[in-house]
Ligand binder design. Sequence first.
Ligand code: CMP
Length: 143
Amino acid sequence: MQRTLVLLKPDTVQRRLMGEIISRFENKGLNIIGLKMLQVTPDLAKQHYAEHVEKPFYPSLEAFITAAPIVALAIEGLDVIKVVRDMLGATSGLAAAAGTIRGDYSSSRQMNLVHASDGPEAAKRELELYFDDSEICHYQPVL
Ligand code: CMP
C-alpha cells in the first residue's frame, strides 16, 4: 500500500468542483484516509513548492494557491502515487488528455485544479506538511 497527498486547489473550490473531483478518486476505489479544508499561507506555499520558489512563475503561483481555501486529501491504495498522477493528467490543462481531471475541466497551466505528489519522497514530505499522524484515519474498506 502507498499513500499520496492530493490538493484541490483554490480554482476547484471556487468552481464548486470539490465533489466531482473527490468522486473520481472514490469511484476509482481509492481510500481517502485524511481530508481537510485550509487556507494556504505564503510560508506553507514556499515549503510546499520549494523546488519552484526561484522560478519566474512562482510569485503568481503563490498568489494563486493562497487566494482561497484548498482541500487536502491523504489517499491510500496500491501504486496510488502513479494511479492518481495518471488520473490528473498533464500539468497544463490544455495538454492534458480528455478523460483526465485536468483534461476535462482545465484550460490553464497554473489553474490546473489539483496537485498530487510526484513520487514516494515527495509524498512523505508533503503528507507531513499537511497532516499530523493523528489526522490520518486507519480503516478497512467495507467492500
Ligand atoms: P502542481 O502539480 O501543483 O505543481 C506546480 C504548480 O505550478 C503546477 O501544478 C501549476 O499549478 C504551476 N505551474 C507549473 N508550471 C507553470 C508555469 N510555467 N507557469 C505557471 N504556473 C505553472
